[in-house]
Ligand binder design. Structure first.
Ligand code: COA
Length: 181
């Protein structure tokens, strides 16, 4: 069964090859990539290869990142993506991530998408705990996680070598019982 979640304004769905150009474009934006794992420019061939790889991945397989396209329902435009990985070492828990193209930031799309993703992880998959890791300089990401009710649990100081410097990260988390309120 194909992955699909609808929200008020959005459709969360698997990536398809027609998304490659848009994916490469927003991943090539240095501001979008600043705290992310990939380097810029992010070429069309890399986007195409990633989409081919993603086609082999089922959601919820421990250790496998499942990346989900965020589409605006009204226009069909690809706005960005969100991603999750059920932890290989603890399959009742997952880590999430998210990215919006710069021109689609500041409109609440990430909150709407990640809220739906949390609903899927806690509701459909029945996970116990979800975490997110975010660079201490990434204020927009921290505001998003706090808006969603996630708790800042840790501050790891200069513990990851990222793009030529030591970076510090905040770890956030939420439990299913907190989500259910
Ligand atoms: C992290 C990221 C997804 C956050 O995006 P965002 O657009 O700020 O978050 P949302 O889509 O939820 O939008 C919320 C903002 O839109 C505003 N907004 C406008 N209209 C809105 C609406 N209808 N509903 C909700 N919020 C709305 C909110 O006030 C909020 O602004 P604020 O944070 O300045 O208070 C984005 O900055 C990004 O893609 N960054 C690059 C990738 C990245 O670093 N990812 C995280 C790695 S940990």
């Amino acid at each position: 069964m194909s992955f699909s979640i609808e929200t008020n304004r959005l459709l969360l769905r698997p990536f398809r090859l027609a998304d490659a150009e848009t994916l490469a474009a927003y991943r090539s934006d240095p501001l979008v990539a600043a705290y992310q794992s990939w380097d810029t420019p992010y070429r069309l061939e890399q986007a195409t290869a990633l989409i081919h790889e993603l086609a082999e991945v089922q959601p919820g397989i421990p250790g496998a990142w499942f990346q989900i396209a965020i589409e605006e329902r009204a226009s069909g435009a690809l706005l960005g993506d969100c991603v999750f990985c059920v932890l290989a070492e603890e399959p009742h828990q997952a880590e999430i991530g998210y990215t919006l193209a710069r021109q689609h930031q500041g409109a609440g799309y990430a909150s709407e998408a990640v809220r739906a993703l949390l609903g899927y992880l806690f509701g459909t998959l029945g996970l116990h705990r979800v975490r997110a890791i975010c660079d201490e300089r990434n204020r927009a990401s921290q505001r998003l996680l706090e808006r969603l009710g996630m708790r800042r649990e840790a501050h790891f100081v200069e513990y990851v070598w990222h793009k030529g410097e030591w970076a510090s990260d905040y770890w956030y988390a939420m439990l299913r019982r907190e989500w259910e309120g």
